[in-house]
Design a protein. Structure first.
Length: 202
């Protein structure tokens, strides 16, 4: 991976250190806005606001993710981190930081979101009630069929312990069953409830 370190002064001179080789680039004030807009597109205003906030001391470190246009025309994602260098009076003299290509990470995140959306769409349209829980037995999702089955809207159930839907003695014992399952992999109430009562609980 190519390591890119950017040291930019406020007079438009950018010193870029690429794998140990220093390259100077001059941007005149009249060209700066056009140059940055072409380079960063619609992310420009957001990133410039973050830079200004850092210069004003509102953030200890500048850190933003944004798109830039590669010289071959494609758009890539960059993670940009930097710290302003100041004089004794606190005025910004320059900014030193690093830029990392995170295009593949962004692509993977987008694919994961799309897969989750597809799964959510399937779960929301099946006729069976489906409830998912985390390792603490808290409800993470509660589909439309589960709403009809139990009579509770999803917004009231998300975050609650799934045992609120169970009668005794399962209500009191379920947390122990979950802990046992996480430790041993042996299912107890999960599956057993479905076989006895024909209603999947988790």
């Amino acid at each position: 991976m190519v390591r890119v370190v950017l040291v930019a002064t406020i007079n438009g001179i950018a010193e870029v250190l690429i794998d140990g080789v220093m390259v100077n680039h001059q941007i005149t004030p009249e060209d700066e806005t056009h140059y940055l807009l072409k380079l960063m597109g619609e992310d420009l205003s957001r990133v410039m606001a973050a830079v200004q906030a850092h210069f004003e001391g509102q953030t200890p470190v500048f850190s933003e993710e944004y798109r830039v246009q590669h010289k071959d025309g494609r758009w890539i994602w960059i993670l940009d981190r930097g710290i302003a260098r100041r004089d004794e009076a606190g005025r910004v003299l320059r900014m030193a930081g690093s830029e990392t290509d995170i295009t593949e990470r962004k692509r993977a995140e987008a694919e994961l979101r799309q897969a989750e959306e597809r799964m959510r769409s399937v779960v929301d349209h099946v006729v069976d009630g489906i409830i998912t829980i985390d390792e603490h037995a808290r409800i993470e999702s509660f589909n439309a069929a589960a709403e009809k089955l139990f009579g509770y809207p999803a917004r009231e159930m998300i975050g609650q312990n799934v045992n609120v839907l169970m009668p005794e003695p399962y209500h009191s014992q379920h947390d122990g069953y979950v802990k046992s399952y996480l430790t041993t992999g042996e299912a107890k109430i999960i599956g057993a409830w479905e076989k006895k009562y024909k209603t999947p609980i988790c």
